[in-house]
Write a protein that binds this ligand. Structure first.
Ligand SMILES: [Fe+2]
Length: 236
C-alpha cells in the first residue's frame, strides 16, 4: 500500500507514464498522465499540490493540466495551492460540476476551470494532448458533472466506484437514479476493457478481505464490486 504522497509509476506501451498516489485523511487517490516527449503532465484531482509539484520537479516536470472528476471539497482540495504554484495551468471539468446553486454548500469547492466538457450523461468524449489520450465519461449521480477517465492502463473512477463499493447518492446534488445509470454504463465500459487494467478508486476504501488496496484489476472489480453486481444495475 502506498504511503501518503508516495508515488507508484508505470509506463504503458505508448510511453505514457502513469503516476498514482494517495493523500489526505480520506485517502484520496490521485492519478497523473505524463507525456515526457511533449512536456505534458495531466493530474487528476490533486490533493496535496505542493507534494505533487515537488515530486514532479525532481524529474524535471511540472503540471500542465488539471482534470477534475468532480468538485467535492476533498477532490478539489489542492486547487488553490496548485494555482498559486503553477498559475498558467489548463483546468478541465464538466460544466455541470460548477453549478452555482451548489457552490455555497460545504461539500463543494469552487474550481477556476479554464476549459469545460459539456457532453450528456452516460456519454463520452476523448481528451488528448500530445500522446495522452483519455476517454472522459460523464457519470453523474454522486455529484453533478462527475466524470471518469480511462486510458493508458487505468480506469480512474473518481467517486463513481471504489474497489468494492460505489459513491454516496445522498449528498447535496446527488441523484440516485443518475448514479444507477452511470454505474451501469461504467460496467459495460469495464467489460470491454483489458481485464488487467487497474481500477483506481477516488478513495482507498475497504476491499472484500478487509484490506485497503490502492487499486484492483478491472476483472476483480467486475467480479466483486457490489454495485457493479447489483440486480438494479444489471437489469437497467
Ligand atoms: Fe465526492
Amino acid at each position: 500500500m502506498l504511503e501518503p504522497g508516495e508515488f507508484n509509476r508505470c509506463i504503458d506501451d505508448s510511453g505514457i507514464e502513469v503516476w498514482v498516489t494517495q493523500m489526505g485523511g480520506f485517502m484520496n487517490m490521485n492519478t497523473a498522465f505524463i507525456d515526457r516527449e511533449n512536456g505534458i503532465v495531466a493530474v487528476v484531482d490533486p490533493f496535496d499540490s505542493r507534494r505533487w509539484v515537488e515530486a514532479l520537479e525532481e524529474e524535471g516536470l511540472r503540471p500542465t493540466h488539471l482534470l477534475y472528476t468532480h468538485t467535492h471539497r476533498d477532490h478539489a482540495a489542492g486547487f488553490p495551492q496548485m494555482k498559486r504554484l503553477i498559475p498558467d495551468l489548463e483546468v478541465w471539468g464538466h460544466t455541470e460540476s460548477n453549478h452555482p446553486g451548489l457552490l455555497g454548500h460545504v461539500v463543494f469547492r469552487k474550481v477556476g476551470f479554464t476549459h469545460y466538457w459539456d457532453h450528456p450523461p452516460q456519454s463520452t468524449v476523448v481528451w488528448s494532448k500530445g500522446n495522452i489520450s483519455l476517454i472522459v465519461t460523464h457519470s453523474p449521480g454522486h455529484a453533478p458533472g462527475h466524470v471518469t477517465f480511462h486510458g493508458h492502463g487505468v480506469f480512474h473512477a473518481g467517486d463513481l466506484l471504489f474497489t468494492y463499493a460505489c459513491g454516496r447518492d445522498d449528498l447535496p446534488g446527488s441523484n440516485p437514479m443518475d448514479l444507477l445509470h452511470s454505474i451501469a454504463f461504467a460496467r459495460n465500459q469495464l467489460l470491454e476493457l483489458p481485464s488487467d487494467w487497474r481500477l483506481i478508486p477516488g478513495h482507498r476504501y475497504d476491499w472484500i478481505d478487509g484490506t485497503t488496496p490502492d487499486w484492483v484489476s478491472i476483472a476483480a472489480c467486475l467480479e466483486h464490486n457490489y454495485a457493479l453486481n447489483s440486480p438494479n444495475i444489471i437489469d437497467l
